[in-house]
Design a binder for this molecule. Structure first.
Ligand SMILES: Nc1nc2c(ncn2[C@@H]2O[C@H](COP(=O)(O)OP(=O)(O)OP(=O)(O)O)[C@@H](O)[C@H]2O)c(=O)[nH]1
Ligand SMILES: [Mg+2]
Length: 375
């Protein structure tokens, strides 16, 4: 298989900048040999900052930037001159990026709104120059604070697509076909299971220039929660959707049973998914006549439903109406954000270990702890 452009997982080694050292300079002039202390403060070390940018849709641009180093703060100088602040490093990511500690799997932060910024690693504070340490007993202190040390951390970034409607269904149910008729997206469509191997997003335009986002994900089969088929890895992309659209073909052996299986699989992945509003689309309804349609209606799950055909266009407008109505219900305004600690162990590759092992840089340790910054 060709290498995918859809990157929803990267591991990056980040380091903030250390604070610049304060200066211990003593003032000197032609006729003043022992002037007062005039050492300036060190500059702040650069932060590593995460910023959401809606122009990115994947983490592909970060795939090969395995190290991100912010600049160190400059040292303070004579005449109370300040050291320069270290340069911040800004990592631009798509909205919906979640960051975990690569070693512990602990949730660190996430950004959802365009332009939202989070300081991932704080730069070290600059040390105070000796000028600050004058006292009645010591007019010429010869010490100054070192800068605060840098922070280093390997992080894992994961992308959770932000869509309003997530499509849930067995392979071949017609999910991608629907997306292709209601949006400009051009997902691959074929008459065999598992055509879709990675999520597709499409913008569905609705009346009066309104729109919503639909996510087409790979099909789910019974046993997916135990790893069958493509497993449930892609289900995290519907964790934050406001609404789940179940898609079951009209020629399904048993619509109700298929619905129960799907429900069960997603509940195994994350029970919170059951809190979401659900709508059922019976797809490929062009294969039905009126009599069959009525017969099927008699035994459907009790959620809003609509018979659709992506081929003839039957029910598509009605479907959009139902989706829009459900999306805008009072209790459905914000999709709940889940911060579960994902088990990342299966995704850490050997090369990542090598990458981490090679990162020891032997910088001299400064005895920073002696200084109580909060005093
Ligand atoms: N008759 C009919 N066939 C349809 C309709 N929608 C989709 N199909 C056919 O069903 C097959 C599967 O469609 P896809 O859209 O690829 O199905 P999918 O749910 O995305 O499948 P996976 O990606 O494998 O999970 C294709 O051969 C489509 O042409 C429909 O409304 N009517
Ligand atoms: Mg598909």
């Amino acid at each position: 298989m060709a290498e995918s452009n859809f990157v929803d997982y990267v591991k990056i080694y980040c380091r903030s900048g250390k604070g610049g050292a304060g200066s211990a300079h003593l003032h000197r002039e032609k006729f003043i040999t022992k002037g007062g202390p005039d050492g300036g403060d060190g500059g702040r070390g650069g932060h590593v900052i995460l910023r959401a940018n809606r122009n990115y849709w994947t983490l592909l641009h970060l795939k090969y930037s395995r190290h991100v180093y912010a600049g160190h703060g400059g040292s303070g100088g004579a005449s109370r001159s300040f050291g320069k602040d270290g340069e911040d490093q800004i990592i631009e990511v798509p909205c919906g990026t979640v960051v975990f500690d690569a070693e512990t799997g602990e949730f660190l932060c996430e950004v959802t709104e365009h332009g939202e910024e989070v300081v991932l690693l704080k730069g070290g504070r600059g040390g105070l120059g000796n000028w600050h340490f004058r006292s009645a007993t010591n007019q010429t202190p010869r010490y100054a604070q070192p800068g605060e040390p840098a922070i280093e951390k390997a992080v894992i970034m994961e992308l959770k697509l932000l869509a309003d409607v997530g499509l849930v269904g067995f392979p071949n149910a017609g999910k991608s076909t629907l997306l292709s008729v209601v949006s400009a997206a051009k997902p691959k469509i074929a008459d065999y299971p598992f055509t879709t191997l990675e999520p597709n997003l499409g913008i569905v335009s609705y009346r009066d220039n309104r729109s919503f986002v639909m996510a087409d994900i790979p099909g789910i089969i019974e046993g997916a929660s135990e790893g069958k088929g493509l497993g449930l890895r892609f289900l995290r992309h519907i964790e934050r959707n406001a609404l789940l659209l179940f898609m079951i073909p009209a020629d399904s052996k048993d619509i109700r049973e298929e619905y129960e299986i799907l429900l069960n699989e997603i509940a195994n992945f994350n029970p919170e998914l059951l809190d979401k509003h659900r709508v059922l689309a019976i797809t490929k309804s062009d294969m039905l006549d009126e009599e069959l349609t009525e017969a099927l209606k008699a035994d459907l799950p009790s959620i809003p439903y609509v018979f659709i055909s992506s081929v003839t266009g039957q029910g598509i407008t009605e479907l959009k109406d139902i989706l829009w109505e459900e999306l805008n219900k009072e209790d459905n305004k914000v999709a709940s954000l889940t911060h579960r600690n994902l088990d990342l162990s299966h995704r850490v590759k050997e090369e990542d270990e090598l990458l981490l092992a090679g990162d020891d840089d032997d910088e001299e340790e400064e005895s920073y702890e002696e200084y109580d910054w909060d005093e």
